[in-house]
Design a binder for this molecule. Structure first.
Ligand SMILES: NC(=O)c1ccc[n+]([C@@H]2O[C@H](COP(=O)([O-])OP(=O)(O)OC[C@H]3O[C@@H](n4cnc5c(N)ncnc54)[C@H](O)[C@@H]3O)[C@@H](O)[C@H]2O)c1
Length: 457
């Protein structure tokens, strides 16, 4: 069998399942997309996408129109005759940080029930090392062992379609090499290396990537703190460190740290696996702690900027999504920061181009507005929390005329500090000297910088 597996059943129409299904259908495979969430399916059936992801709407319309993608709520229909059943369901964190594998077990059990003689089941969800091995016992059916492989997904929200189509590599793990080859044919149209290994190593590659990227972010946030103590500018430091090819500039953006549905949960899950084996993976715990501190230090900065008083202050927050390009607010810095500010008595008004609906249930005391200019009206401080291009490119002279106090606290170090101070704003960022309107010409002078450093403490 050298042709690509056809049809393919994808189980789970979330960020990973939906993007995988749509992209593989677009590449010529007949895909059946199964979900138990009928509301989500109803949105998809109308041609809408339940998540915000660039390019996804257009591609979805195209593959639904061509008949390459079929939406299903019945496992028997979706899985019957499928050559590959790809499990892309959630693996949310349990209270202690371990990955909850309930959805994966249920999906694999159902896949086994409907598997045909040629079916390979492949796990696309992020699962802890050892999971695929342990699930093999579920895959014995009527005296037959259904092949099981794992193929972790590396896409990032906000660029998911592009990432799925141009991955740095495809990793496939399993003890049945024929089954792994069969899964690899799904990705044969991509110009990317395919790495086939044992299942546990493949699982650990996925956790290793996420943990390492999280470490990079926390590392630069530690450097940022040192910059604040010493008067250095973390953007210049990160440029310098990152221009060393052995390190690279990516994920060296100081600021509010990492959030989202993957890094925080995967780092904690990996730490749990290490603890289970008696290992103390101190780097992981440190990365989580530094990340949490980044949020509280940000709030402390706002408080200092307002002379210690947050009660009855109106704080405008630009951005709720954990990063631009997505409507996902799972573990987003915005939620922690806003709750903390509200606990300290501030009244918070927020805006986000797409994530408002997801954030609203998490922030019952917060005022939501659509227009960023409405958001900043009469604000005592404006916070940049998600670096949406629209917010970076705001007409800041208009903002200057709307706010009560000209204070900007930039949680992503992405605003143009020169123009802001020229407009009269006090500009506060992460790991960079505070800039005040009067410092516009002399911001880089040693004396001024030393004074700013003192002011930040
Ligand atoms: N979101 C990301 O950026 C990303 C990136 C890489 C890997 N991952 C991993 O991929 C997996 C999926 O993540 P996600 O963000 O797409 O999850 P999600 O929560 O957005 O979606 C999961 C979907 O699976 C459906 N589902 C659950 N059980 C089912 C069942 N038995 N049958 C059919 N459908 C079922 C749910 O209704 C939901 O629609 C997780 O393990 C995650 O860690 C996520």
């Amino acid at each position: 069998m050298s042709e690509r597996p056809n049809p393919l059943c994808v189980v789970g129409a979330g960020y990973v399942g939906l993007v995988s299904a749509v992209c593989l259908a677009d590449s010529g495979v007949d895909v059946r997309l199964l979900d138990i969430d009928t509301t989500r399916l109803a949105v998809l059936r109308k041609g809408g996408t339940p998540i915000h992801e660039p390019l996804l709407n257009e591609l979805l319309a195209s593959v639904l129109g061509s008949g390459r993608l079929t939406l299903c709520d019945d496992g028997a229909v979706a899985m019957r005759g499928a050559e590959v059943i790809m499990v892309a369901v959630g693996t949310p964190p349990l209270a202690d940080g371990r990955a909850d594998l309930t959805q994966v077990r249920a999906a694999v059990t159902e896949a086994v029930r409907h598997a045909g003689l040629d079916t390979v089941i492949v796990i696309k969800s992020t699962v802890p090392p050892g999971t695929t091995e342990s699930l093999r016992s579920l895959c014995r059916h009527k005296g037959r062992q259904i092949p099981l492989a794992v193929c972790p997904e590396f896409l990032a929200e906000g660029s998911a379609v592009r990432d799925f189509r141009q991955p740095p590599q495809v990793v496939i793990g399993g003890d049945d090499k024929g089954a792994c080859e069969r899964v690899s044919q799904l990705f044969g149209h991509l110009d990317t290396p395919i790495r086939i290994t044992d299942a546990t190593s493949a699982e650990l590659v996925k956790y290793g990537v996420n943990a390492f990227l999280a470490l990079k972010i926390s590392f630069i946030n530690e450097i940022a703190q040192l910059c604040e103590f010493t008067g250095a500018d973390v953007s210049s430091v990160a440029d310098g460190i990152g221009s060393d090819d052995r390190i690279g500039r990516a994920f060296l953006g100081a600021g509010l740290g990492f959030g989202g549905s993957c890094f925080p949960k995967d780092v904690r899950a990996l730490n749990q696996v290490a603890s289970y084996h008696g290992q103390s993976f101190q780097l992981l715990r440190a990365a989580v702690e530094v990340n949490q501190h980044a949020r509280s230090r940000f709030v402390a900065k706002i408080q200092r900027a307002l002379n210690g008083k947050l009660a009855k202050r109106r704080i405008a927050v630009l951005g709720l999504a954990f990063k631009p390009g997505t409507d996902d607010v799972r573990q987003a810095a915005s939620i922690d920061v806003i709750r903390h500010l509200e606990d300290l008595g501030a009244s918070v008004v927020v805006t986000d181009p797409v994530a408002g609906a997801n954030a609203r249930p998490l922030l019952p005391n917060t005022e939501f507005v659509d227009d960023p200019y409405d958001c900043v009206k009469s604000a005592d401080a404006v916070l940049l929390v998600t670096e949406w291009p629209d917010y970076v490119k705001l007409d800041w002279s208009r903002v200057a005329g709307l706010v009560r106090r000209q204070i900007v606290v930039d949680g992503r170090n992405c605003l143009d500090s020169d123009s802001l101070v020229e407009l009269g704003f006090t500009y506060i960022a992460v790991g960079r000297p505070i800039r005040k309107p009067t410092t516009v010409k002399s911001a880089h002078s040693g004396a001024r910088r030393a004074a700013d450093v003192l002011a930040m403490r």
